[in-house]
Ligand binder design. Sequence first.
Ligand code: IMP
Ligand code: MG
Length: 338
Amino acid sequence: MPVDIVVGGQAGDEGKGKIGAYLAHKNDYDYAIRVGGPNAGHTVFYEGSIYALKTMPAGFVNKRTKLVLGAGTYVIPEWLEKEIKLTGAERRLIIDPHVVVIEPRHTSSERADARLMGKIGSVGTGLGAAVRDRIDRKKLMFAKDHPRLKKYVKDVPELLNKALAKGSKMLLEGTQGMKLSVLHGEYPFVTSRDTTASTFMGEAGLGPKYAGDVYAVFKPYVTRVGPGLVSKELKDKKALNKYHTAGREVGSVSGRLRRVGEFELDVARMTVRINSATKLAITHIDLLDGADISRGIKSFTGGAKKFLSTLEQVCAVYPYPKVKLVSYGPGLMDVLEL
Ligand code: IMP
Ligand code: MG
């Protein structure tokens, strides 16, 4: 089916950017679509540079792929313009007219809210405040009204549906993860949106019939940048250091050191159910022992092998996904396809 979807199975930062970029490179999608806010950082290591994207689809790595922001996207224009330059997207970016512009008043009101910034641990980009204004039907600026964004604006649902009719292939890149969904996550320690596949389709202007493979992305452990549940949280400074250095577990938008806990089977099972995941993508396997496959060895041993075998319990949940991609390093092609 024509629209593959990437979703996060934990508390965000599972490596959706890396998996999205790899898939776009490999599967040569005609369109890469992103929805959500700039509180979500997606990191891509590509051709010797590190791209910490907040808005652009990670699929930019395929120069042929057109880049789309759906109606469920919220942008900070200055940040977006930097990313357009950085990713060379000027001539292949398409923005839905209903994309919401996060204004300075949104960002400042969120940052001034001690409860949000403290108890909930908001990233402070103003996404939540903009979502709230939209729900309150207050006056907002949309991309179609923005002097520098309106040149990218096209009717995205019409364009994508016409492209689907002609057989185009698309990658829909979601943001955050299962634990952070305002519908199904660990309320109140959640973001201001739902973070599951069906919502991403709706936010892009696509109906459910066109969903193809749903890739649920997991790390062999769980991280969280803000407060909220972290099972068996690692408190030992020395042990944590490995995650914060080799694992680069530092918030890409917030700059905070991420908390680390053990892999949560129950959350992973829920991710498969709610997203109807058909494929699992594992990242950061190199933080386990037995994952040193960079020298041409084609299988995992030790802790990595043990972790992959515990995933059988996740694959036993309907619709019975298969472990498809295992990422063992930050580089675009550091991926083993099973
Ligand atoms: P907010 O969405 O900025 O209000 O943040 C709410 C909670 O979700 C906080 O704990 C954030 O740290 C977390 N959060 C929001 N976006 C992301 C993300 O992209 N990755 C990881 N955590 C996130
Ligand atoms: Mg992130």
